[in-house]
Design a protein around this ligand. Structure first.
Ligand code: SF4
Ligand code: ZN
Length: 286
């Protein structure tokens, strides 16, 4: 892992600032809510938005994944206290009555969905709801270049181009007060760069992956991308840039009214008014 000196830290920060400016991610008057997991990506994102002077608050969802969730929550509280950032915490148990692990086991007994698919939908749904309550105008996530390149390849490999609608530094095809636009300020930073910055800054974060992240297909794609990047540096960036050029076409093709609907509950593309996953969540809540 590389060590960062002060000059490299500034260059890193400038890359994030440039992404925000180039893609007009944050406008004057915006209140940005950062979705915090306690990990390096969202913690760095929160830190830099605050450092750049934006009106920013953090939100974390306690998923109750044993010691891992507890340590992340403790770390976030320490970090936000130190930086003077307001942190909102919601517990999955207060919202649904159970831990994410229990929710997943119920849903998976009825439907073949991966851990992260279920967890992701639930988190997006809760985030959007909470952001609206708080009066946030943007939701920022810590997604980085590696995440995005992996997702592009995964979607293409599984024929799931519609999910490309969630990609790009600024997402949301709905112009509705119900859905808060999402932004990804860390879009052009790699996993390795963010780790180096986070370590150099001594952020209190866990570098272990979530114990429930057992998406074997993502891991396979990640391994192959790593090999490609080593053989041909710049591959990840090229994948993302190529997809960015295609996004307007994909968004136009799949825009609501052209056979694709938007789930009324989570805002994800769906063939019905309520998507499959939200149907399952509704089952769980009833
Ligand atoms: Fe949820 Fe997967 Fe993230 Fe773990 S890695 S918190 S299971 S989405
Ligand atoms: Zn849905």
């Amino acid at each position: 892992m590389m060590n960062m000196n002060d000059k490299e830290k500034s260059e890193f920060e400038e890359k994030v600032r440039k992404t925000i400016e180039d893609f007009h991610l944050i406008e004057k008057g915006d209140k940005v809510l950062v979705a915090c997991s306690g990990g390096k990506d969202s913690t760095t994102c929160l830190y830099l938005l605050k450092k750049f002077g934006y009106n920013v608050e953090g939100l974390t969802i306690d998923l109750l994944i044993g010691q891992w969730s507890k340590e992340n929550l403790d770390n976030l509280k320490i970090f936000c206290d130190k930086e003077g950032i307001k942190l909102h915490t919601i517990s999955i148990r207060d919202e649904f009555g159970y831990s994410i692990c229990y929710i997943r086991s119920i849903i998976q007994s009825k439907h073949d969905l991966s851990n992260c698919t279920i967890c992701g939908v639930i988190k997006r749904w809760l985030l959007n709801k909470k952001a609206r309550e708080i009066g946030a105008t943007k939701i920022a996530t810590g997604h980085n270049l590696d995440d995005e390149a992996e997702t592009v390849l995964m979607n293409i490999s599984t024929g799931n181009v519609m999910l490309g609608l969630r990609l790009g530094p600024k997402t949301g095809i709905l112009h509705s007060e119900k859905f808060i636009p999402r932004i990804k300020p860390m879009y052009y930073l790699t996993n390795a760069e963010i780790r180096a910055y986070s370590e150099a800054m001594n952020f209190p974060v866990l570098y272990d992956p979530c114990p429930c992240a057992v998406d074997s297909f993502r891991h396979l794609v990640r391994r192959h991308l790593k090999t490609l990047e080593a053989e041909k540096p710049g591959t990840k960036r090229q994948i993302v840039d190529t997809f960015l050029e295609m996004i307007p076409i994909v968004k136009d093709y799949y825009k609501p009214g052209k056979g694709v609907k938007i789930c009324e509950l989570c805002g994800e593309p769906s063939s019905k008014n309520i998507c499959k996953t939200c149907n399952l969540i509704q089952l769980l809540r009833s």
